[in-house]
Ligand binder design. Structure first.
Ligand code: SAM
Length: 465
């Protein structure tokens, strides 16, 4: 119990006005004062859930499956081990095999799962409109198995850096990063996305279990102010969505001002062009959190999690934006010239046994990029990106010098010149030290570095006499 959790009286009065009849205020307050159980999500781009469960059993880590996410687990480690090596410094975390993510935060991508699964064989285009630090983006990328094209947007510069780091760690290569007020997407990218997640900036009332001071600056007026931003974002999301596409709106706050009211604004503004897709059956037990509209209002006491709100919509008709806009300036990339590409692919085949890459190789000056296979290049040209795909190399006079991201994102395609590290060697590698192998290796030249079977980067093999 954390009795230091700050819960202002005015907030409690407000909660009383919308707490459903079947829930007790006392249970809510108790839950707010109870520290959160830690949850992680297995990043299936790097490790299967079976492999993760095996590792946990070998290490005596206790896990319980999160009911709404096949890859999610509540995790407890022996106390001494946790003190000696925090989870964030373990080999599993450093290699990107797991991502620490609150259990209820796994719900919004789960609500998009059916839409993304239905896209089997189709190049899907997804927008994550408010993406940093990237918990849900990385979950979406894993659900897409790095296929299709995902635009991950973040307005705050410092948080954009965190998002970029997350994507590198988890091995995402199908993402375009943008840095805009999300309200611009409707004008610049109208009807371009099959699925949109708007995990909106919000007052964070649901996060007190993690942050005892989360309600320090709470006021009804700030809820009302932030709802105006949410409305501008949800309107933009409507326009950016294709007809037939799916929108998931979520917040980690409880007040209807930022939840049901914003959803109702969307339904009123685009009356007859968008409908609610009820989430009552999203997982076994979801009905406990379902509102009469078919949204999920996750009170912290319901599933012993943070508070969350999730709503799902289908766009059924179009309404043109009044002033569609075009980006100024030329697109600075071009597909790599055929001869250069052929030589590059020959090297990858000889060195790593890699016969094809999952995307198209583009170049700009000396940089060599792997772009995702998008539905149309229009998507690349519509807005200015901070980056698209991954930088895989730089050209120099003897060919292409590979970049670290080639190893971490594409290393799983290799079948030779691979070095598997132990946990200790992995720690050295991540600290930038040379790694000494315990046994001689047949590997030569550039090598793919793996840890726990997951590709984590690139190395160079040297023999020491
Ligand atoms: N989806 C993220 C995740 O799962 O890791 C969390 C997103 S957080 C709830 C909301 C984000 O929206 C913040 O990173 C914030 O900086 C960003 N934001 C604030 N105003 C925005 C705007 N006008 N357009 C886009 N993003 C915005």
């Amino acid at each position: 119990m954390n009795i230091n959790t700050y819960i202002p009286d005015a907030f409690i009065e407000d909660v009383k006005s919308y707490l459903p009849d079947h829930l007790e205020l006392e249970d809510f307050i108790n839950a707010c004062q109870t520290p959160l159980k830690r949850a992680v999500r297995v990043n299936t781009l790097k490790m299967s859930t079976e492999e993760f469960e095996q590792v946990c059993s070998e290490r005596n880590w206790q896990i319980v499956q999160v009911p709404w996410c096949e890859e999610g687990y509540w995790l407890e480690r022996p106390e001494q081990e946790e003190e000696a090596l925090p989870l964030g410094k373990t080999d599993l975390h450093l290699s990107g095999c797991i991502y620490v993510q609150e259990a209820s935060s796994m719900l919004p991508p789960t609500a998009l799962k059916e839409t993304l699964n239905n896209a089997f064989g189709v190049t899907h285009t997804v927008l994550d409109m408010a993406a940093a630090p990237g918990s849900k983006t990385s979950q979406l990328v894993a659900m897409l198995d790095n296929e299709g094209f995902l635009v991950a947007n973040e307005y705050s510069s410092s948080r954009l850096k965190a998002l970029s780091a997350t994507l590198k760690r988890v091995g995402a290569h199908n993402v375009g990063l943008t840095h805009f007020d999300g309200a611009v997407f409707g004008d610049y990218m109208p009807e371009m996305f099959d699925a949109i997640l708007l995990d909106a900036p919000c007052s964070g009332e649901g996060t007190v279990r993690k942050d005892a001071d989360a309600l320090k600056n709470w006021s009804l007026q700030s809820n009302i102010d932030i709802a105006e931003v949410q409305k501008s974002l949800i309107k933009s999301a409507f326009h950016a969505l294709k007809v037939g596409g799916t929108l998931v709106y979520s917040t980690c706050t409880l007040t209807p001002v930022e939840n049901q009211t914003v959803c109702q604004y969307l339904l009123d503004e685009f009356d007859g062009l968008i409908e609610v897709e009820p989430l009552n059956d999203l997982f076994t037990g979801a009905e406990k959190a379902a509102t009469q509209e078919g949204y999920l209002h996750i009170w912290p006491q319901l599933f012993d999690s943070e508070g969350f709100f999730i709503a799902k919509f289908k766009k059924t008709g179009a309404k043109a934006v009044s002033e569609p806009k075009r980006k100024k300036g030329a697109f600075p990339f071009a597909p790599m010239p055929a001869k250069q590409l052929q030589e590059f692919m020959q090297y990858l085949k000889k060195q790593f046994g890699i016969k094809a890459l999952p995307g198209t190789v583009y170049s700009r000056d000396k940089e060599v990029w792997l772009f995702p296979d998008a539905e149309s290049v229009q998507l690349f040209e519509a807005v200015k990106y901070s980056r698209i795909g991954i930088l895989i190399g730089t050209t120099h006079k003897n060919g292409v010098r590979l970049e670290h991201e080639f190893g971490s994102c594409l290393g799983k395609l290799a079948n030779k010149n691979i070095i598997e590290l132990t946990a200790e060697q992995g720690a050295d590698y991540f600290n930038g030290k040379d790694v000494r192998l315990s046994e001689p290796s047949a590997a030569q030249g550039e090598v793919i570095i793996r840890l726990n079977g997951a590709s984590v980067g690139l190395g160079k093999c040297r023999r020491i006499k």
